[in-house]
Design a protein around this ligand. Structure first.
Ligand code: SAH
Ligand code: SF4
Length: 355
């Protein structure tokens, strides 16, 4: 097997500058190359302001990106685009671009698969693959920015709500956030980045020390341990009251309101009792509740609530004095909930292998 060339974004600044010096080029060439990559260049050859010989040497040594798009799907009449990327080594991850009137948001993956294994989640059903490196996370954002740029749009928001548990891959995720916010790179404000976690308490505490004012989203889904132990199995290690305390600590240190996610599973976590428990847990905290109607996943025992059920539960939660919204369910027909395009392609590959 031929050795893969390193992706240019995987090379640190010092190493890149040393490489340039070894090839008789000045250090400022690094920023030029990075600038081209950020603007979506698909090859070194298009980097016109670099000497031809340097372009050829770069091409011999590096790849512009490590991600290979292997499937895409569109939904919402073209407003949602989901791309499945193959990583070096063969694992796949998904990234979803969602276009709105006033913003364009990318839902990004931090791991191939997820070790947490929530029973309603398509990603959790697959065996865990591997952590992504920071440059693999950044490359998803670069690709989305390129896609949007062609349409005259700008990537404005990034949410870590794709495949994987960001806080099980903490260092690479923080590194990727620093890159994505770097003025020399995509320059997206950290305030426009949401990191969603199933509740890895030590990493929530660590995030408070990063001085990186991202929005923290907690995937709560249940306010009592007995139910959350089942829906979000990491709760057995990091129980819900301690989790909310840690999230509160982050809210105090960062001054940023925490967003609590609640995937609505019909007859499981959408009763009056659930709303009361949620009210007791979050009242008087700097919090916002986001209800996400379940996006059905095959081979799970869960069902989406009816439209009425969502409205009723929202009213119950609002009556508890909480700030609550219902997330618009983008991309249902694009195998939307993360992990689903991966699932479809994996099934197709399986059946192709059988026939
Ligand atoms: N692992 C992290 C981030 C990725 S999941 C986390 O769990 O927070 C992002 C969000 O999508 C989570 O709130 C998750 O619970 C939710 N989700 C997963 N599968 C879903 C589905 N089928 N329908 C609706 N939301 C889902
Ligand atoms: Fe992992 Fe999040 Fe899916 Fe749970 S919901 S299995 S933590 S990706």
């Amino acid at each position: 097997m031929t050795e893969l060339k390193p992706a240019v974004l995987s090379v640190g600044r010092a190493d890149f500058e040393a490489w340039l010096a070894d090839h008789g080029a000045r250090a400022f060439r690094r920023a030029q190359v990075i600038g081209w990559v950020m603007r979506g260049a698909s090859s070194f050859d298009v980097m016109r302001d670099l000497p031809r010989s340097l372009r050829e040497q770069l091409d011999a040594a590096f790849r512009v990106t490590s991600l290979q798009p292997i499937a895409t799907s569109e939904a919402d009449r073209g407003l949602t685009t989901k791309t499945l990327f193959e990583l070096d080594g063969g694992h796949t991850v998904e990234a979803v671009v969602m276009r709105y009137a006033d913003r364009s948001t990318l839902c990004i993956s931090s791991q191939a698969g997820c070790p947490v294994g929530c029973p309603f989640c398509a990603t959790g059903k697959f065996p865990f693959g591997r952590n992504l490196a920071a440059h693999e996370i950044e490359e998803q954002a670069v690709d989305a920015a390129r896609l949007l740029d062609v349409e005259g749009r700008r990537l404005s928001h990034v949410v870590f709500m794709g495949m994987g548990e960001p806080f099980v891959n903490y260092r690479a995720v923080i590194d990727s956030v620093r890159r994505i916010t770097d003025p020399e790179r995509l320059a997206i404000s950290p305030r426009r980045i949401v990191v969603s976690t199933s509740g890895v308490i030590p990493r929530i505490e660590e995030l408070g020390g990063e001085k990186l004012p991202v929005t923290l989203a907690i995937s709560l889904h249940a306010a009592r341990d007995e139910l959350r132990d089942v829906l979000v199995p990491i709760n057995r290690k990091y129980p819900v009251h301690k989790l909310v305390e840690a999230a509160d600590g982050y809210a105090r240190r960062s001054g940023r309101r925490v967003s609590y996610e609640w995937v609505m599973l019909a007859g499981v976590n959408d009763s009056e009792r659930d709303a009361n428990e949620l009210g007791r847990l979050l009242r008087k905290r700097l919090a916002h509740v986001n209800l996400i109607p379940f996006n059905p996943v095959t081979d799970t025992p869960y069902a989406a609530p009816a439209r009425d059920g969502v409205r009723r539960f929202k009213e119950l939660v609002a009556a508890e004095g909480l700030n609550v919204t219902v997330r618009d369910t983008r991309g249902r027909d694009a195998d939307a909930a993360c992990g689903q395009l991966h699932e479809r392609v994996a099934r197709q590959r399986e059946s192709a292998a059988v026939t």
